[in-house]
Design a protein around this ligand. Structure first.
Ligand code: PLP
Length: 456
């Protein structure tokens, strides 16, 4: 393995680009990046390899997606074989076997009668697809006034116009005009005074679901199509749902005939120690969205899993008719399906979801032990996910400069502590691959401690 690594490192070094200007990087401070690039050229297991050959511990499963770890042989081989056999096939009006097999496997994995899968290529497309299905569903059922969509503050549902409209991150919304009409937001469930340093689900906050009653009173249920929430808000800092909150949301949606959508783009495929958060929390939505972990991040894929009743509502017209005018050229792309089937096999064969559940306590204890380091305001954890809020750095005038310490943490992690972190604002989110050993977790937390101290 050492020889392989050395070889990978020298190969990686030869790939360093000499011009960083043309790539307009997503969700990145482009100028800061160019001033001090963080370039990754290889990956293996729990580690990335930088272009200069350093091994960096992956504390984020890439971007919440590489759940089986990196460079996994069975997935690599499946993608290679699929590319050689069937590189592309349309799924408008034609089909290929792997698409149907993967859909069945996902239906089996999802709880209850969530058993019809619509494929997209990302979490953003999955969210917009679910919102469109919700509106079209009510129209198909003769209730065309039910079009209003309800999201949540601090919610993240990708970057399509649907997703940012129901999303609750102001930075993702404010530059983009009027967005979708007819959208409301429930409050987020985070309250530091009530919840700080909680392991798992906080006891406080279930009553916030009742805000849905207020929106129903305001608009009338006859205008509301769906509520969409992440069962655990990931991108805004790992916010586990308060005990009883999702149950209450489910009951209110039932009472008022409103569809409930779980965005499981992060929580799907083992992050919380179960195939989906729906199972972990014992609450079944009418649709759930997935992406990321479905292929362990190897090939872009996303999608929506709908309950039988949702699907059946569309299957009522003349059989020659297209039932849903929606889809993507790359829906159920053969390479993604092959990668997805191989990833699901790996998850099953290595029992990785149960493993995440088993590691939850050790991981949580280790991360919570960072309490007391300089400027640590709160730590939350559930499954193999944790959020660490850091006090912001100051600007030259002595005022808070949100995001400055966060960027410093990314830089310090990459350049000085050999760890890749996901940071939003001044919150570090940890989500290691599910293959992480206790030693990996100890190393991760140790390096994060170094980063926190260095950026204090
Ligand atoms: N929904 C949730 C809950 C997410 O966390 C993300 C990405 O992090 C998305 C949607 C968007 O996914 P993508 O970046 O694949 O479009």
């Amino acid at each position: 393995p050492h020889a392989a690594r050395t070889q990978a490192a020298s190969h990686a070094a030869s790939q360093a680009p000499n011009d960083l200007d043309a790539f307009w990087m997503p969700f990145t401070a482009n100028r800061a990046f160019r001033a001090r690039p963080r370039l990754i050229a290889g990956a293996e297991g729990m580690h990335y390899v930088t272009v200069d050959g350093r091994r960096i511990l992956d504390g984020a499963a890439g971007l919440w997606c590489s759940n089986a770890g990196h460079g996994r042989e069975p997935i690599v081989r499946a993608i290679q074989a699929q590319a050689a056999q069937l590189d592309f096939s349309p799924t408008f009006q034609y089909g290929h076997p792997a698409a149907f097999t993967l859909a069945s496997r996902l239906a089996e994995l999802a709880p209850g009668d969530l058993n019809h899968v619509f494929f997209a290529n990302s979490g953003s497309e999955a969210a917009d697809t679910a919102l469109k299905i919700a509106i079209a569903y009510w129209q198909a059922r003769g209730k065309a006034t039910k079009t209003r969509l309800i999201g949540r503050e601090r919610g993240y549902h990708g970057v399509g116009f649907g997703g940012i409209s129901v999303g609750g991150i102001s930075g993702n919304r404010k530059s983009f005009g009027t967005l979708l009409a007819g959208v409301d937001h429930l409050p987020h469930t985070y309250n530091r005074a009530e919840q700080a340093f909680t392991h798992g689900q906080p006891a406080w906050g279930a009553h916030l679901a009742d805000e849905l009653e207020r929106l129903v009173a305001l608009h009338d249920a006859s205008t509301i199509a769906a509520v969409i929430v992440e069962p655990m808000a990931g991108s805004t800092g790992v916010l586990p749902p308060p005990q009883g909150y999702l149950e209450r949301l489910r009951a209110l949606c039932d009472r008022h005939d409103i569809l409930l959508i779980f965005d499981e783009v992060i929580t799907g495929f083992g992050r919380l120690g179960a195939p989906f958060a729906a199972e972990r929390f014992g609450v079944t939505p009418d649709m759930l969205t997935f992406a990321k972990g479905v292929t362990s991040g190897t090939v872009p894929m996303g999608g929506v899993i709908a309950r039988a009743g949702v699907f059946e509502a569309f299957m009522q017209g003349p059989p020659h008719m297209i039932e849903l005018f929606h889809g993507y050229t790359y829906s159920a792309h053969p390479l993604a399906c092959a990668a997805g089937l191989a990833a699901l096999d790996l998850y099953r064969d290595e029992d990785l979801f149960a493993r995440a559940r088993k590691m939850e306590k050790a991981f949580g204890d280790a991360v919570q032990a960072l309490k007391g380091l300089p400027g640590v305001l709160d730590i939350r954890n559930i499954g193999l996910a944790a959020g660490i809020d850091l006090a912001p750095a100051k600007d030259d005038a002595g005022k808070d400069a949100p995001g400055k310490r966060g960027l410093a943490a990314i830089e310090s992690g990459f350049h000085d502590h050999d760890v890749l972190l996901r940071v939003g604002g001044d919150t570090i989110a940890l989500s290691p691959p599910l293959i992480a050993s206790e030693d990996d977790i100890a190393a991760l937390v140790d390096r994060v401690a170094g980063v926190i101290t260095a950026t204090a």
